[in-house]
Design a binder for this molecule. Sequence first.
Ligand code: DGL
Length: 262
Amino acid sequence: MFDSGLGGLTVVRALREALPNEDVVYLGDTARVPYGTKGAATVVRYAIGCTKYLVDRGVKAVVIACNTVSAVAPERLRIEFDLPVLGVIDPGARAAVAASVTGRIGVLATTGTVASGAYARAVQQYSTRAEVFSQAAPLLVPLAEEGWTEGEVPNLIIDRYLLPLREANVDALVLGCTHYPLLRPAIELRARALLGQSVNVVDSAQSAAADVADFLRTRQMQNERGDRGTLELLVTDLPATFETIATRFLGERVSGTTQVNL
Ligand code: DGL
């Protein structure tokens, strides 16, 4: 699995709950984070480098934990590499279609993900009736990393991002970025207040984990070993900086992270 940095650990967390026996190699490109503010061509180039590294490590499948990469790179990676490549947008879109009654779906994501139009395209595969309203919410990334996940400051910022979605009358809201699950209680609270009590919040990390589990099971690619799978953490910048914040994202103590060069 790879991500632009440490946010993808929310996907690792969900994946290890869904598939406790799988060995996970996680690569966080902390030297080049953020991807969400960069152009598609740059993100694709970075994604190719990360995938190559993981393929050389002998993995059986690659999971793109990052929404921004999943928005612009999966097709290219499937052409370049001869192994399954799974992203987070398709499962998130499918879950959103299932969660919406009116077919009006809101998406909070990075600027890059919103610019790509990837959620709207993915939703169209599951419902021709559904409409996607995307809102870039870049300030939520540093808030999650700072640990400012509840109270006045995040609530104010979340409200500003939700206002256009209120105008659009959405009844489902996709957390379309690796970092947003940390802010889920605050986003849910404000979404209920602004968009209505019946709004359904969809976490793309959880949908993606369920999708990977399904994929491995149906292809009989799952690890049959009975013991808990290992988790190897690799980063492209200083491990110490990563580990301080990573524990919160992963929900378990992070240590033994290794720095690698791509
Ligand atoms: N991982 C990114 C995403 O899910 C958020 C952080 C970044 O901008 O690199 O879109």
